[in-house]
Ligand binder design. Structure first.
Ligand code: PRT
Ligand code: ZN
Length: 288
């Protein structure tokens, strides 16, 4: 193979996944034009091409090798995906696939759906779920506006994507079972050429650096010298914190990295330990 090898990524052309998918590529330092209406584009500074498609078509394109990788919701990957690998979870476009029924009906458990009709765009995932629960129901596959099915008498329940829950609420429905939790993922072709895998690894390395950066903050603080040891104990850091003397000989500046999850707890402990002038700075990329 020549060094003209490129990795082809399929992303949603227009919809809930598009903006964050494009941002992910942009933050990975990959430059390309994504003008409206374009179906294909090529990166200027990385061996990659982009196909802009409907999300439902992406799993098939990836399975067939027309695209090497794609970004879709797990809901679509599971419903439509055959012969594809899950390469990486991306953490955006989080939602869930749930069963819902008219809110005035008392819900007695999943047995409620025995013999009932359920409208959904996810017949495969729903059928698998019902099989596992040993419930037999009548699945009506419809492609959009699933939530109006009960009010027009088409079905007695729905199985649909929920995010804030306001769509269900405004259609007089209540969520009764969560079938699947979903987020955006990268899916990959199962027979990718070695040269393409090398490019994919480079891309994943960049994505992970961006994600780690987002999950961490750079923190700078001033501490009296006799408190340095105690404060360092509180700071996890990447390896060990940087300590820089200040003009005032009794004080030092300490720099480190703190994870978002433990951030506020650490800040409180640092203040109690005598830290002052605490500055918190976002990290663009983090390579460890
Ligand atoms: O045109 P194309 O086929 O490409 O797009 P699409 O219309 O099929 O998909 P799109 O853009 O709506 O969603 C793409 C993906 O985003 C989905 O496959 C999910 O993985 C994810 N996602 C995240 C959502 C939602 N949140 C979401 N809220 N997909 C759909 N919704 C809809 C849902 O169908 C319902 O109508 O929003 C409504 C519920 O939202 P809440 O906030 O009122 O609960
Ligand atoms: Zn779609």
């Amino acid at each position: 193979m020549t060094n003209n090898t490129v990795l082809r990524l399929a992303i949603q052309r227009k919809g809930r996944l598009s903006e964050d998918s494009l941002l992910l590529i942009k933050e990975s330092g990959i430059k390309f034009s994504s003008g409206t209406g374009k179906l294909k584009s090529k990166a200027r500074n990385f061996p990659m091409e982009f196909l802009f498609l409907r999300d439902d078509d992406i799993p098939d394109y990836v399975a067939d090798g027309v695209a090497d990788i794609g970004i879709v919701g797990e809901n679509v990957a599971i419903e439509k995906g055959k012969n594809i690998d899950v390469v990486k979870k991306l953490g955006f476009s989080k939602c869930r696939l749930s069963l819902a029924i008219p809110k005035e009906i008392e819900y007695t458990g999943v047995g409620y759906f025995e013999g009932a009709s359920i409208a959904t765009s996810y017949p495969k995932i729903l059928q698998d779920y019902l099989d596992k629960k040993a419930v037999s129901a009548d699945i009506h596959e419809i492609s959009g506006s699933v939530e109006i099915a009960p009010s027009i008498g088409l079905a007695s329940g729905v199985c649909d994507i929920v995010s804030s829950g306001s769509t269900l609420l405004s259609n007089g429905l209540k969520e009764v079972e969560t079938i699947l939790n979903s987020e955006a993922i990268i899916i990959g072709n199962q027979r990718m050429a070695e040269e393409k895998k090398i490019i994919l690894d480079k891309l994943l390395f960049r994505i992970e650096s961006v994600q780690k950066g987002k999950n961490n903050k750079y923190i700078l603080l001033n501490a009296p010298n006799d408190k340095i040891e105690e404060i360092i104990e509180l700071l996890p850091g990447m390896r060990s914190p940087t300590v820089v003397p200040l003009a005032d000989k009794k004080w030092s500046s300490i720099h480190s990295v703190v994870n978002e999850d433990e951030f506020w707890e650490v800040i409180e402990k640092l203040r109690d330990a005598g830290a002052e002038g605490i500055l918190v700075v976002p990290i663009e990329k983090m390579i460890v």
